[in-house]
Design a protein around this ligand. Sequence first.
Ligand code: PMP
Length: 355
Amino acid sequence: MQRKINFNAGPSELPPEVLHEASKAVKKYEKAGLSILEISHRSPEFLDILSESKLLVRELCGIGADYEVLWLHGGGRMQFCMIPMNFLSEKDSAGYIDSGHWAAEALEYATHYGDIQVLATSKEDKYSRLPHWPSAIPKQLAYVHLTTNNTISGTQWHSIPKTKTPLIADMSSDIFSRKQDYKQYAMFYAAAQKNLGAAGVALAVIHKDLLGRTARELPPMLSYKAQAKENSIVNTANVFGIYVSLLMLRWIKAKGIDAIERENNQKAKLLYDTLDNSKAFTPSVKEKSQRSLMNVCFTANSPEKEKAFLALCEENNITGIKGHRSVGGFRASIYNAVPLESVELLVKLMGEVGA
Ligand code: PMP
C-alpha cells in the first residue's frame, strides 16, 4: 500500500529521515550492537541520548541552566495532573485560561488539587475564538496555565503579555513551530506526538524557582523534583520514544527554526487564503490574528460539498482530514513535518469541489 498523505492532528506526520533512522535503530542501534528496544535505560548509550536531547532542547529554546529539562511518561494529560499535584496546594489558587478543549481538560484535572480561578474563557463561543486575555492577573496565584495552540478549535496565541505570576504553557501542538520567547514561561511542556515524536512521551521544561516549590509530598514518579534529581529515569524510561524525540530535535536543528517558521507560514497562508476566497468552504476561526498555523479548521458549505470533498480526499490517498469528533467539519493539521506539496494537493481538491 502506498504511504498516505497525512493530516492527522496527533500522532501526526513525522519526517521521512526520522522514520528511517528510527526503524534502523529498531533493527540495530549501532552504538550498542543491540536493538534500541533492547538497551537499558541506565546504559551509557541511553544516557548519551538523554544528554544530547536535553542539550538540543536548551539550544533550540535559548534557555540556560536555570531550567530543568525532563522527559516524562503519560503524554499531555499526565502533565495536566502533575502540574497541580506539584505546584498547587489545597490552600492556594491557580489561574487557568480556558481557550479550548484541552485547556478545559487541564483546568478540570486541577480542580482535584486546589482552588481554580478561570481568568478568561471563550467556552460560550464554543472556543471559535480566543478569550480576552485578563487585564490584570492576581499576583498571589500559584501559577497561570495556558494552552498556546488549541488543537481542536484551531486558534493560537501568537504572543502572550508579560506577567509576574509564573506562566505554565501547554505547547503540545505548536512547540518548535516558530521563534518564541520560551524564557517568559516558568514551565512549558508538550506531548511529543505532534512536532516532537511518538505518543506517550512528554517534554517538560521547568524553571528552578518553580521547581523549588512543593505543594505536597508525592511519590517520585509524580514529583518533578525527583524526576529532575534522577535525570528522568525514576523508572524504566521510554528509551525508544525519547530516541525518536532526539531524532526530531536533530531534524529541527538541521532545518533551523527560521526556515520551519517560514514554511509553516507559507502552508497556513495557502490554506487560509483558499478558504477565505472559497464559496464551497468556510474557515472556522473568523479572527485572522487568532488563527492557528498548525491546525486549520473549516467546514463545507453544504452536506453535498462535504461528501464530495471527503470522497476526493479518499481517492487521493489523504487521511486525517476530518475535524475532531467533538466539533465535526474538517481540520488540516500542518505540523512541521507536513510538506507544502500535501497542502497544495488539498487546496487543489478544494478547488475541484467549488471555486
Ligand atoms: N494538549 C494539547 C494542546 C493537545 O492537543 C493534546 C492532544 N491532542 C493534549 C494536550 C493531550 O495529549 P495526550 O493525548 O498525550 O494526553
